[in-house]
Design a protein around this ligand. Structure first.
Ligand SMILES: *[C@@H]1O[C@H](CO)[C@@H](O)[C@H](O)[C@H]1NC(C)=O
Ligand SMILES: *[C@@H]1O[C@H](CO)[C@@H](O)[C@H](O)[C@H]1NC(C)=O
Ligand SMILES: *[C@@H]1O[C@H](CO)[C@@H](O)[C@H](O)[C@H]1NC(C)=O
Length: 494
């Protein structure tokens, strides 16, 4: 047997390692110092941005209150001064964490303290084009003044779900001029803006119809603004009148008081429903006619769905002052399984409203329409509702992000997708962002009433169960739907 001899004490070995051993703590300490310095700089930047916003805040709020509020239904797709780029709406962004992330030199260069976010559709390949932003001011006399500044950048939206299409939804970010940069006396906030390709075009003035109205926070009424619903565009003669009424009434019962609809193409029956709820001030219906150059699912995802969903986020939260935004489609019901409504459920999920969760993902449960109707009936004359009649479901609950739907706390979110949140705001700490959380299916699910999404035989072979959770709500819902139906279609009540 051979023993390998090793001296117990080797002086050279010890010296070599001692040197190395000393380096580690020093390295660690330096990294620590760097981290503290960077973190402190970030905090300092964020505080100065915050105090800048507060300094300008009161002054600008007074001006915002004087601005003429342009009807939301006047927003429409506009040409921009760049080939096939189009812009729909524009919102003020002053969240310090978001402003700092877009350009951390902003506050050194003294160029801005906030920016305007244009909801747009752009060719993916041209997104890095440098643009000039033209801001329009109203002066006291009725002529307008234009101020130009280079754009910050163009950011593709929900690009992870773009499926290689030629066009994508995008945010065009333009720096908000300082109040004292504005030329006309008495006006500090631009009322509209547009963009063009950045050449020296100091002499030209953009076509007046190319300007997009900037939506500043709307002066607030006192009523509670908790939950707003966002629905993807209605296209191809959307005609589901009964489903739409049941959908709206269900979400109103749960505590929603704003719905934003993007109207591309619907039947006259659906228009009557939309008109009814617009007059009630429950729905905002936007004209969503995309130009012909955009081709459904050939060069642009589903009728500009991501531009619509993110427009709705900024419109509901940063224009209209809502706290929570729901992303759902007309056949999807986010159902609380323990609580009576969304207020109660969100108090459970977001107890102090102070955690770092900014988005709650509700897992998808399929209630296929091919299954037989439940035999439990509602009061006579109630229109048939899938939400009540379909109680057989696929036993499996889809994993989070697989057809999931969500409720987000709007102030913490930057970019929505259809089944997930693509970007949440950074926190004040260096490495963290607000988070998405998957909701326990015992607390809430997204119940999805639709045809089998694959081969029908595959669906028939899936293990199904009866789940009547919805019946907690459907008797009351049925009465509401019956009343609304009679009001909107008095002559043709079934
Ligand atoms: C804005 O909407 C209101 C009510 O919705 C309407 O009375 C008014 O005429 C609209 N204004 C314009 C300029 O379209
Ligand atoms: C303002 O515009 C109106 C209508 O366009 C015009 O009649 C009026 O003369 C203008 N006033 C001034 C001071 O330019
Ligand atoms: C939500 O449910 C609770 C408990 O049933 C009730 O007290 C509250 O009024 C409801 N809120 C809304 C907005 O319906």
């Amino acid at each position: 047997m051979v023993f390998k001899y090793r001296p117990i004490f080797n002086w050279n070995f010890f010296r070599r390692n001692l040197r190395r051993a000393k380096i580690f703590p020093i390295l660690l300490a330096s990294l620590g110092v760097v981290w503290i310095v960077v973190q402190q700089m970030r905090l300092w930047n964020l505080s100065s941005l915050k105090s800048m916003t507060e300094t300008f805040g009161d002054e600008l709020r007074r001006e915002m209150e004087r601005l003429i509020i342009v009807n939301e239904s006047d927003d429409t797709w506009r040409n921009l001064g760049v080939n096939d780029w189009r812009g729909f709406s524009a919102y003020l962004e002053t969240r310090p964490e978001v402003v700092l992330e877009e350009d951390d030199s902003l506050i050194y260069a003294g160029s801005t303290w906030g920016f305007i976010r244009i909801i747009s559709i752009v060719p993916v390949s041209a997104a890095s084009t440098q643009l000039a932003c033209s801001f329009r001011y109203h002066s006291t006399a009725n002529h307008t003044t234009i101020l130009k500044k280079p754009s910050i950048r163009t950011e593709l939206v929900a690009f992870g779900e773009n499926f290689g299409m030629y066009y994508s939804a995008a945010y065009i970010l333009c720096p908000l001029p300082y109040p004292n940069e504005a030329l006309p006396p008495g006006a500090q906030l631009p009322v509209g803006l547009t963009v063009s390709i950045n050449r020296d075009r100091s002499t030209d003035s953009p076509d007046p119809t190319d300007f997009i109205t900037i939506r500043y926070p709307k002066p607030q009424a006192t009523n509670e603004k908790s939950f707003a619903v966002c629905v993807q565009p209605f296209h191809h003669h959307f005609d589901k009148v009964d489903d739409l009424i049941a959908f709206i009434e269900y979400y109103r019962m749960m505590g929603v008081n704003r719905f934003t609809f993007y109207r591309d193409s619907v039947t006259s029956g659906v228009d009557r429903v939309l008109d009814y709820y617009s007059r009630l001030n429950v729905a905002v219906v936007l004209h969503w006619k995309l130009q012909d150059l955009y081709d459904f699912e050939r060069n642009l995802r589903v009728d500009g769905i991501y531009a619509a969903l993110n427009d709705c986020l900024y419109r509901s939260v940063f224009y209209d002052g809502y706290r929570y935004v729901l992303g759902v489609d007309v056949d999807e019901y986010i159902v609380p399984r323990r609580h009576d409504n969304f207020t109660e459920m969100m108090e459970h999920l977001n107890p102090e409203g102070a955690g770092i969760t900014g988005a709650w993902i509700f897992r998808n449960v399929f209630y296929y329409l091919m299954y037989d109707d439940d035999l439990v009936t509602l009061s006579p004359g109630t229109p048939r509702m899938n939400f009540h009649s379909k109680t057989r479901r696929w036993e499996r609950t889809n994993p989070p992000h697989d057809r999931s739907k969500f409720i987000v706390q709007g102030r913490d979110v930057v970019e929505l997708g259809n089944h997930r949140i693509w970007k949440l705001k950074r926190t004040w700490s260096l490495f963290t962002r607000f988070k998405e959380t998957a909701v326990d299916p015992d607390v809430g699910t997204s119940n999805h009433y639709r045809f089998c999404e694959t081969e029908i035989d595959t669906c028939w072979h899936r293990k199904s169960i009866i789940d009547r959770t919805a019946h907690r709500f459907t008797h009351k819902l049925g009465l509401r739907v019956k009343n609304i139906y009679r009001t909107i279609f008095p002559g043709n009540y079934r």
